[in-house]
Ligand binder design. Sequence first.
Ligand code: PEP
Ligand code: MN
Length: 337
Amino acid sequence: MIIVMQAGAPEEELQQVLRRVEQLGYHPHLIRGTQRNVVGAVGDERGKARLQSLEALPGVESVVRILQPFKLASREFRPKTVVKIGEVEIGSDRLVVMAGPCSVESEGQILECAHAVKAAGATILRGGAFKPRTSPYSFQGLGEQGLKMLALARETTGLKIVTEVLNPQDVELVARYADILQVGARNMQNFALLNAVGEVRKPVLLKRGMSATIQDLLMSAEYILSHENYDVILCERGIRTFETATRFTLDLNAVPVLQKLTHLPVIADPSHGTGHWEYVTAMARAAIAAGADGLMVEVHPKPEEALSDGVQSLTPARFQELMRQLDPIARALGRTL
Ligand code: PEP
Ligand code: MN
């Protein structure tokens, strides 16, 4: 349920509402707006009749039921979320591009990559230090050493850092280095991990599971939001279909559907979505045209030598060309790069 306060309702009336919500056994989530404040009351739906009675409290304009099963992620709860990391905004008119290698491989590799993607216009550097690999014999990432290399790349370039966290025990460690915690497709329904990243005050990039519906993705986002970490960015990265010509099928339908259902920013990952560098630029253009708030793109200085996902990685020169091609599309949509 959402309790909408009257415009200009005094703070005491708001505090009274928050107290009553708690007394009724619900968890209040307060969103302070410029016009009016809104309180989300989340908990067992069976008590909703009692919540409805809060309409009688002073300062309350209305009590409205959220129809979707995801409550805090629902567009009914909040019109729009813009995630802010210093001067970088995700979900505003300015598109955000996160780029870098699949894995952090060495100091030289990540620094070279960081300088290249920055020069092309990216504002966030990606790179996995903990890698979820299908085979236990594949490169598993450099761990904390990799995180330190990412931190060095941030220091030298000013780029923000997004990197994946694989399990709840590592959340604190990864959060010490990262600006954004990535939860990968294979972990989208790792509820212990979702609860753990919800407890951290760092933005979370939640990638859609390869067999997850849009509703599943939003229910996973709800786990994070329910811990009062409201800075969640959703990422469409391709789903499994019967098609074998590409690694996954980038479901760009998800972009406008998510934008209708949720206030959270939505980005797309055409690298994993296609699995081949030759298709990445076309699908990146398509994702921005579909209304995505940004992209995550794999870039490697020498894709043929990459320890993971080389086939889908762009060279710095191809990435620069991709950024150039995005510019008129962004402008046609009233957005900037
Ligand atoms: C990645 O970003 O390198 C990655 C492993 O992505 P996903 O979880 O989407 O497969
Ligand atoms: Mn990858």
